[in-house]
Design a protein around this ligand. Structure first.
Ligand code: SF4
Ligand code: FES
Length: 236
């Protein structure tokens, strides 16, 4: 079948403003959007720029807007768009470096802010810090995050307010707040307890809908909010 694509193009070195370019390729309904992009680049237009690596929903590098929704190009199929023209655009909220490539440095800075690693003040054990199966189960969905930033692009609050910490950093905060091996529970709660932190989320659920790993992000943010309140009530 013939599939029509409309792709956002912008090279800040040569273009005064962004524009869209049309491409038509022959594809199977089960071809991934990433396969189509590769075919366009390899067979029709070598100047087209986008990120990709694993091709299997693991590296998180090919997040983009596909027909208005943030998603991974390697996880969406031609048949998901039912014969419609497929419009590809860069992730919203980030500066476009070229075509579908955005500058994700501000995203990674926000993830770094929540210290996404285990912090413990207890003495080093001989082998490893043990985690109970129950605690591991509580976190086993949160640890699926591949840092693709689909949730960040989809978040209406972040689209309006770039100071909002955003959904993915809050997923990482959740992951360590509730890790029984981490000793910085209160400090971590304080870190996200500010107007542009957990409290800026107003439950649009767009992040949850966009997450390719089906992480219940909004639910986790609400859990953090409740935990902040609980810690304040306890320490009153
Ligand atoms: Fe991507 Fe989901 Fe992680 Fe957000 S929470 S960065 S959408 S995997
Ligand atoms: Fe790695 Fe899509 S190319 S997640």
């Amino acid at each position: 079948m013939e599939v029509n694509f409309k792709i956002y193009r912008f090279d800040p070195e040569t273009d005064s403003k962004p524009y869209y370019r049309d491409y038509t390729i022959t594809a199977n309904p089960t071809d991934r959007i990433l396969d189509c992009l590769n075919r366009i680049k390899w067979e029709q237009d070598g100047t087209l720029s986008y990120r990709m690596s694993c091709g299997h929903g693991v590296c998180g590098s090919d997040a983009m807007k596909i027909n208005g929704r943030c998603a991974l190009a390697c996880q969406k199929l031609v048949k998901d768009y039912e014969g419609k023209e497929i419009i590809l655009e860069p992730l919203p909220s980030y500066k476009v470096l070229k075509d579908l490539i955005v500058d994700l440095d501000p995203f990674f800075e926000k993830v770094k802010f929540v210290q996404p690693y285990l912090l413990s003040t207890t003495a080093l054990p001989e082998k490893e810090r043990l985690q109970s199966p129950e605690n591991s189960k509580k976190l086993d969905i949160a640890i699926r995050c591949i840092l693709c930033a689909c949730c960040m692009g989809a978040c209406p609050v972040l689209n309006e307010n770039e100071r909002f910490l955003g959904p993915a950093p809050l997923v990482w905060a959740f992951r360590y707040i509730f890790d029984s091996r981490d000793t910085q529970y209160l400090e971590r709660l304080k870190q996200v307890d500010y107007s542009h932190g957990a409290w800026a989320c107003v439950n649009y659920y767009e992040c949850t809908r966009a997450c390719p790993k089906e992480i219940p992000i909004t639910k986790y943010i609400n859990t953090i909010k409740r935990e902040i309140q609980k810690s304040k009530d306890t320490n009153r």
